[in-house]
Design a protein around this ligand. Structure first.
Ligand code: AP5
Ligand code: MG
Ligand code: ZN
Length: 214
């Protein structure tokens, strides 16, 4: 299964991708997570990326494409992969097509997780993430048992720098202008699968599996 996860900021791409990883052992490739790791490590790439991420803008394609290509060449992707948060504009989608045809790993499906814009602000301002294992929580919708502590590993939870109201608004604008056209892009190729992203996390996951024929 070679998958792309499409969806607005806060739609639940990461949450659902992690469930696929747990159940089927296919690696999740989140460009957001890879960029945040570079920022945390203080690499030159991370420093460049941070200035864009803090404004809610897209990091330049050249940076992201090199990162994705390097990751896709690793052995564990031969059994399949889930691209989460990539591609994010038409030029990234075209570059991905070229990369995958050179690697002989065509996409199976582009899964869109659909959530009304009105729900996204609370999902994003309420998000907390485990520093140690990356598990996501939400103080409004799925809080941890103990405040600020991960249920799974006991790690400390943090709030993302770009989950501030002003930055979220910008991310949603960027999404509408640059990423939303990808629905048509994959629809024309006949591989778009849309799933309702509202309601219970496990039910959404069951729908994704059903849509993919798992
Ligand atoms: P990225 O990290 O990709 O962020 P994003 O696209 O804005 O998406 P999020 O991670 O915020 O949302 P998600 O859909 O994963 O939702 P989640 O599962 O966490 O990108 C960040 C930045 O990096 C970009 O702005 C850009 O600068 C840069 N970047 C990344 N990729 C790039 C690229 N390809 N090109 C250029 N720049 C790039 O869920 C959200 C919250 O909702 C959580 O709290 C969760 O617990 C909760 N939740 C999930 N499901 C439900 C549910 N069913 N009901 C209630 N709550 C739920
Ligand atoms: Mg995410
Ligand atoms: Zn944890």
């Amino acid at each position: 299964m070679n998958l792309v996860f499409l969806g607005a900021p806060g739609a639940g791409k990461g949450t659902q991708a992690k469930k696929l990883v747990e159940k089927y052992g296919i690696p999740q490739i989140s460009t957001g997570d890879l960029l945040r790791a570079a920022v945390a490590a203080g690499t030159p790439l991370g420093k460049e990326a941070k200035s864009y991420m803090d404004k809610g803008e897209l990091v330049p394609d050249s940076v992201v494409l090199a990162m994705v290509e390097e990751r896709l060449r690793q052995d564990d992707c031969k059994r399949g992969f889930i691209l989460d948060g990539f591609p994010r504009n038409t030029s990234q989608a075209e570059a991905l097509d070229k990369m995958l045809s050179a690697l002989n790993m065509p996409l199976t499906a582009a899964v869109s997780v659909d959530v009304p814009f009105d729900d996204l602000m609370k999902r994003l301002t309420g998000r907390r993430t485990c520093k140690a294992c990356g598990q996501m929580y939400n103080i409004y919708f799925n809080p941890p048992q103990k405040a600020n502590i991960c249920d799974k590993c006991g790690g400390e939870l943090f709030q993302r720098d770009d989950d501030k109201e002003e930055t979220i608004k910008k991310r949603l604008d960027v999404y509408s202008a640059q990423t939303a056209p990808l629905f048509d892009y994959y629809k024309k190729r006949g591989i778009l699968k849309s799933v309702d992203g509202t309601g219970n996390i496990d039910e959404i996951f069951a729908n994704i599996c059903k849509t993919l024929g798992f």
